[in-house]
Design a protein around this ligand. Structure first.
Ligand code: URA
Length: 195
């Protein structure tokens, strides 16, 4: 039932011409990972490789994201549903424009409504801005839980591209903070899957 609903939504998305990105996309990037009620990650928008392959987080940032999940025994192949605020790539990976986010929002809302995930990870500034309607910097807001749709909990986390630009693993560095956050996420994840 859930798979059918998502498939129908994806069909709609594949035909979408609500914003000019439909003219420059190679592929729509609707989702990746596994549809499930526990864990969803929302990223920003497809980049070059995602646009080429039609899958989210398949470039360098995606490889790091997989490692972050693997560090706590989670995997996109069995535990996480992955999507983005935009389903089409903005040219040259520029930030999504407000009108593009607005045009694409119904797809994201429908994905959340169909899956009703208990945990939603807001990966990076753009996802945080979309879901929490705030411009507070990611460094200030990451690692905190917020109430989300359908009684979910949402946590802002650093975008893996940001971590790729910040190599240090020292205490207090972005990578170190990400490690704290993913452990906190896993702790809550264990709690909800045992409920
Ligand atoms: N960055 C994102 O935010 N999403 C992707 O799918 C790839 C890179």
């Amino acid at each position: 039932m859930i798979e059918q609903k998502l498939e129908k939504l994806k069909e709609e998305c594949l035909n979408c011409q609500k914003c000019p990105l439909c003219k420059t996309r190679t592929n729509i990037v609707f989702s990746g990972g596994i549809p499930n009620h526990n864990l969803m990650l929302i990223g920003e928008a497809p980049g070059y490789w995602e646009d080429q392959k039609g899958e989210p987080f398949v470039g360098k940032a995606g490889q790091l994201l997989d490692k972050i999940f693997a560090s706590v025994g989670l995997s996109r192949h069995k535990d996480v549903y992955i999507c983005n605020t935009l389903k089409c790539r903005p040219p040259n990976n520029r930030d999504p424009l407000p009108e593009e986010k607005k045009a694409c929002r119904a797809f994201l809302d429908a994905q959340i409504e169909i899956l009703k995930p208990k945990i939603i990870l807001l990966c990076g500034r753009v996802a945080v801005n979309s879901m929490l309607n705030t411009n507070i910097g990611i460094t200030k807001i990451r690692g905190k839980w917020f109430n989300g749709p359908n009684n979910s909990k949402m946590m802002p986390i650093f975008h893996p591209s940001y971590l790729l630009r910040n190599d240090s693993r020292e205490k207090g560095s972005p990578k170190w903070l990400m490690w704290q956050d993913i452990q906190e996420i896993k702790k809550y994840y264990n709690q909800i899957i045992n409920e």
